[in-house]
Write a protein that binds this ligand. Structure first.
Ligand SMILES: Nc1ncnc2c1ncn2[C@@H]1O[C@H](COP(=O)(O)OP(=O)(O)OP(=O)(O)O)[C@@H](O)[C@H]1O
Length: 698
């Protein structure tokens, strides 16, 4: 904020006496007013009052008039105007004063006085050529010739006229000085007021200056702040510009995106229009579908009622099916009963490799003839008419005829054999105890029949096929409400000692296995410490069979390079429950591969092998004894005479279904053993060991 300084009043032109006086003296000094004897002297400030009192006679360079207007001071000479020679004195004083400016630069006043004095001097006739201002017309020399020196009177008159003019002029001057005086006074007053104003103004100025300084410092601070702000704003502006550039780029991107979106929108709009038309079509379709749906709903309700009816029918059918199943089981059992609870299948294996070569490169078996599905003939030397076998029934007396439930020739496949025994697997699922065992001399094909060849499905034996059949049947039985628990165990009896084929040697260490009766009133047996594994699928069973096969004791004999010298018993315990009928059943399926049945003489065994053979023969003959005792309905059945019969106690009796395979070697050299085996099988086949009963669990 800028304070305007109070301006000093301008002096009016022609009235600036101070300026005029100062201009005369050179140095700017304030004038001051002094009063002496009632007169006013104008003299420079700083000169003493005493000198001022003596001013009328002093060497003052300025002209002064006494207030009484009786004296005139010109160039420091005081002239008494009342004197008669005052005129002359004035002229002289004026002439002197005229020279004064040369010595001392005169003021305007002096100049004026001088000019007046000059004019007075000139008018007095010394060198004045012009008449005095306001001069007496009568006494003036205007147009008059110069008076001669002798014309004193005339000259006096002129002088008097001059004096008179001078007096008038003096009056005028006095008047002027008075005016100047007044003006000086007023100027003094004005000066004082101006000084006061100046002081005030100076104080105001100082205050203002302080304020200005403060404002200046504020301004500087403000400017600093502003410059900091400016820098900040500049960086902000730079940031904003950068942002602006970024945004512009984004805007461009968005614009391109927008145009793409617009294109897309246009596409979508056309799609929408297509869809709208499609929607209209669909709506039309929908309405027709609704109509159709109503029809269908009616149809559905009709069908639902039909379904309900059919449900009842199905329930009836299921009931009938269950009844039918029961009837089937009964009939199946009846059929098996009619077939005999102990049945015998005879199987003759084919000649193999070297055997064919030894047979004159022929696979024809000369000493065995297959009469029909149930009969075969055995004749020594291949001549059925020879009668070396006295006492035996045969064609022409030389051939011996053996009839069994089924005879399989060397071309019979494993599948054909299994087809005949699959019903027994079904019986085990129905809750019967089933025992299938293979009897025959070493190398006659017992193991092949029971286990078959691993890795070739077509050569799989009865055990894997039975397992497969059982698990397949279990699935079918699930629909009829049956669920089964299948538990497997596998053991061998070697030299009348039981060995667990599913337990590792580490697991079986220090364990003893013995056959025990579950219940003294029943024939159910179990083996102490035997590992019983629950199996969920046939894969698991196959794994167990492989394990058992690895563990099975195999020893070489003269008769078979891979002869098995132990009985193996694979047992599946099948426990079933029907959630619909709440029936339960429990069956055992025993698949037994017996040790070779060769006679001691034939086997050529000695030492340990001899003991093995003796044990085998003892247990096999005991098996025959048990079967005979059962067939003869003896009160005592010698089950306990061997581990094998003791173990199979519940599967070799009236409560069970038994199938014996008699495996026959095709080699003629084995004729005697073949005959023995066939005779043993015939004995077994002639036994009627009673009616099998279903084991129903409560
Ligand atoms: N039906 C058959 N078809 C093809 N080969 C067979 C048949 N039966 C047995 N064999 C073969 O004959 C040989 C002897 O059979 P296998 O080992 O089954 O006799 P085994 O009676 O079990 O003897 P062991 O009492 O010593 O165990 C085997 O090589 C076997 O593969």
């Amino acid at each position: 904020m800028i304070h305007k300084m109070p301006s000093l009043p301008h002096s009016r032109p022609g009235r600036s006496l101070e300026g005029e006086v100062r201009g005369g003296v050179g140095a700017p000094r304030p004038l001051r007013k002094r009063k002496a004897w009632g007169r006013v002297f104008l003299q420079p400030a700083g000169e003493g009052a005493g000198s001022a009192a003596a001013a009328p006679t002093g060497p003052s360079p300025n002209g002064h008039f006494h207030r009484s207007r009786q004296c005139l001071c010109i160039g420091g000479t005081l002239i008494d105007l009342r004197k008669p020679d005052s005129g002359k004195l004035i002229v002289e004083a004026l002439l002197r004063a005229q020279e004064a400016p040369a010595r001392r630069p005169g003021t305007n006043i002096t100049n004026q006085v001088n000019s007046r004095s000059t004019s007075l001097t000139k008018s007095t006739g010394t060198s004045v050529s012009k008449p005095p201002v306001g001069g007496n017309k009568t006494g003036g020399d205007t147009g008059k010739s110069k008076r001669p020196p002798w014309d004193l009177k005339g000259r006096l008159q002129d002088m008097e006229a001059l004096v008179k003019n001078s007096a008038e002029e003096r009056e005028n001057l006095l008047q002027k000085f008075m005016d100047y005086d007044l003006r000086i006074e007023s100027l003094e007053l004005e000066k004082r007021s101006l000084n006061q104003n100046l002081e005030k103004t100076q104080s105001v100025s100082q205050a203002t200056q302080g304020e200005v300084d403060r404002l200046a410092s504020n301004l500087r601070n403000e400017q600093d702040g502003r410059s900091a702000d400016k820098r900040k704003y500049e960086s902000t502006i730079q940031d904003l510009e950068f942002n602006k550039a970024t945004l512009e780029r984004q805007i461009k991107t968005l614009e391109s995106e927008l145009s793409a979106r617009q294109d897309e929108l246009a596409g979508l709009k056309s799609t929408v229009s297509h869809l709208t038309s499609a929607h209209a079509g669909i709506e039309a379709q929908l309405s027709s579908t609704k109509i159709m749906l109503d029809d269908r709903s009616k149809r559905v309700s009709e069908l639902e009622s039909q379904v309900a009816e059919q449900k009842d029918t199905i329930e009836d059918m299921e009931k009938k099916l269950r009844e039918g199943e029961n009837i089937r089981r009964k009939l199946h059992n009846t059929v098996l009963e009619l077939k005999g609870n102990i049945r015998v299948f005879c199987r003759v294996r084919p000649l193999l490799g070297e055997e064919i070569k030894g047979n004159g490169d022929s696979d024809v078996i000369h000493h065995i003839s297959f009469v029909d599905e149930k009969t075969l003939e055995l004749c020594k030397g291949g001549d059925p008419n020879s009668s070396t076998m006295s006492g035996l029934k045969g064609r022409g007396g030389g051939a011996i005829e053996f009839s069994y439930d089924r005879v399989f020739n060397p071309t019979s496949t494993q599948a054909e054999v299994f087809e005949e025994i699959s019903q027994l697997a079904q019986s085990a699922l129905d809750g019967y105890n089933v025992c299938v065992f293979a009897y025959g001399q070493t190398g006659s094909g017992k193991t092949f029949t029971m286990e078959g060849m691993h890795g070739d499905e077509s050569l799989e034996g009865m055990i894997p096929r039975t397992v497969k059949h059982i698990f397949k049947t279990l699935k079918d039985l699930e629909d009829k409400g049956w669920t089964y628990k299948v538990e497997a165990s596998f053991l061998e009896i070697y030299n009348e000692t039981i060995r667990d084929l599913l337990a590792t040697s580490k697991e079986a260490k220090n364990l003893t296995y013995d056959v025990k009766l579950v219940d003294s009133k029943k024939n159910d047996t179990y083996v102490t410490n035997l590992k019983v594994v629950e199996v969920e699928n046939e894969g698991r069973v196959h794994h167990l069979l492989t394990l058992a096969q690895q563990q099975r004791a195999v020893a070489a004999t003269n008769m078979n390079e891979r002869s098995s010298r132990s009985h193996s018993v694979f047992r599946l315990k099948l426990t079933g429950h029907n959630s619909k009928t709440m029936e339960s059943c429990e069956g055992n399926l025993n698949l037994v591969d017996l040790a070779g049945s060769e006679r001691l003489k034939e086997s050529g065994s000695e030492g340990a092998r001899l003991t093995e053979t003796q044990n085998i023969n003892r247990s096999l003959s005991n098996l025959g004894n048990v079967i005979m005792a059962l067939g003869q309905k003896q009160s005592h059945i010698p089950y306990r005479n061997s581990k094998l019969t003791h173990l199979l106690q519940n599967s070799l009796g009236g409560n069970s279904k038994t199938l014996m395979f008699v495996n026959v070697s095709p080699l003629e050299m084995c004729f005697g053993e073949t005959l023995n085996s066939l005779r043993f099988a015939t004995k077994v086949n002639q036994c009627h060991i009673g009616t099998a009963t279903k084991q129903i669990r409560k």
